[in-house]
Design a protein around this ligand. Structure first.
Ligand code: NAD
Ligand code: MN
Length: 358
């Protein structure tokens, strides 16, 4: 029987709560499919590890997970440690060296969930945001000198390469082409940022003819934020820089009901390194240890992982189970206005998997 080796990295805060739930659901799914099993290796990297060892993961951490079939990640972020240390020491320390340059973030209004938007119904918000995940504003280029003095100076330099933009642009056009509406919006800020963002627009123009059946338009990021609220139905696939797409996808998640639902895939499309799947939310210090974190974002990310592994039947079964559960208000966690806890939602999804015939 096929055995998938999965590296589970729960991280901190609610990351560990939702990953535990995800592992339970994936094991139940494997039992139901009976054509594969998961072998989970758990890694205790993150804030607590940092407190003991002075780093978020061991020096040979990436070597320990480079041969896994996929990575299931919770969240990097600890109340006692500055956010830039936890983020760069763990999540970005995996994404960037493993060249997971395509970050895919679907946002869809699931059955039973209400959007804060009054102008859409079920099924009318169905977007995928593609985030460039290896460079741009997150290139880590910059510095800080003369700290504490009046002449203290700091820079964060956005760095864009032609090859980096070309590969994410082709990825986004191809993804748009695979979806029924074949519609792509290319987002920049090429009025104010007149070098790299202009190059981004030019590369979109150059690549578009390779995908002549895809309709596409360009939009400035601020106008795009407004369009997501005022004409959500006009949007399908979106491609944007690392920072712009990070912000737009939190907005998308909120418009689709809650940050607790939204999934992400960090893909290395060439398969040279494992890809990483995670909910888009962080450690949620305000609700950690209460057992009320919404695990749906992790379950949906797990469905994306199954899709990536080629297990499309299992992926669909999991998505169907998720949708059956969200349709029922008694399984809504507090972020969705309900009073279910993580455990209850997890059990409901497992029951739906066990009872499913498709
Ligand atoms: P956050 O996503 O942790 O929380 C924002 C708000 O959404 C909070 O009110 C939280 O309670 C709510 N929320 C998030 N996920 C939820 C869920 N599953 N169920 C119910 N409610 C949920 O963002 P933040 O507060 O800006 O960040 C907290 C920490 O997490 C910081 O250290 C930050 O750096 C880190 N972070 C990590 C990642 C990551 O590792 N991918 C992403 C975002 C933030
Ligand atoms: Mn984010």
């Amino acid at each position: 029987m096929k055995a998938y080796k999965i590296a589970a990295i729960p991280g901190d805060g609610i990351g560990s709560e939702v990953i535990a739930a995800g592992v339970e659901v994936l094991n139940a799914l494997a039992l139901r499919e009976s054509s594969f099993v998961f072998r989970f290796d758990q890694f205790d990297w993150g804030g607590e590890y940092y407190k003991q060892h002075g780093r978020m993961m061991p020096e040979d951490g990436r070597d320990q997970i480079k041969d896994h079939d996929a990575i299931l990640f919770g969240s990097a972020g600890h109340p006692d440690i500055p956010d830039h240390i936890t983020l760069w020491g763990l999540r970005l320390a995996i994404c960037q060296p493993f060249d997971q340059y395509a970050n895919v973030r679907p946002a869809r209004l699931l059955p039973g969930i209400k959007s804060p938007l009054s102008n859409i119904d079920d099924g009318e918000l169905d977007w995928v945001i593609v985030r460039e995940n290896s460079e741009g504003e997150y290139a880590g280029v910059g510095g800080r000198v003369h700290q504490g003095l009046p002449l203290e100076t700091a820079t964060d330099v956005s760095l864009f390469t032609r090859s980096g933009i070309e590969r994410i642009m082709r990825f986004a056009f191809k993804l748009a082409q695979s979806r029924p509406r074949k519609l792509l919006t290319v987002v920049t800020k090429s009025n104010a940022q007149r070098h790299a963002m202009v190059m981004w627009d030019e590369i979109a123009e150059q690549i578009a003819p390779e995908f002549s059946d895809v309709s596409w338009d360009k939009m400035l990021v601020d106008a795009m934020a407004a369009r997501m609220v005022t004409s959500p139905k006009s949007i399908d696939t979106v491609v944007a820089t690392n920072l712009h797409a990070d912000i737009l996808s939190d907005l998308a998640a909120a418009l689709a009901g809650s940050l607790g639902i939204a999934p992400t895939a960090n893909l290395n499309p060439e398969g040279e390194f494992p890809s990483m799947f995670e909910p888009i939310h962080g450690s949620a210090f305000d609700i950690m240890d209460k057992g009320i974190a919404n695990p749906i974002g992790t379950f949906w990310s797990s469905a994306m992982m199954l899709e990536h592994l080629g297990e499309t039947v299992a992926a669909r079964r999991l998505m169907n189970a998720i949708e059956r559960v969200t349709a029922d208000q008694q399984f809504h966690t507090p972020d969705l206005g309900g009073n279910a806890d993580t455990e209850r939602v997890t059990q409901a999804v497992i029951d739906a998997i066990r009872g499913s015939n498709n």
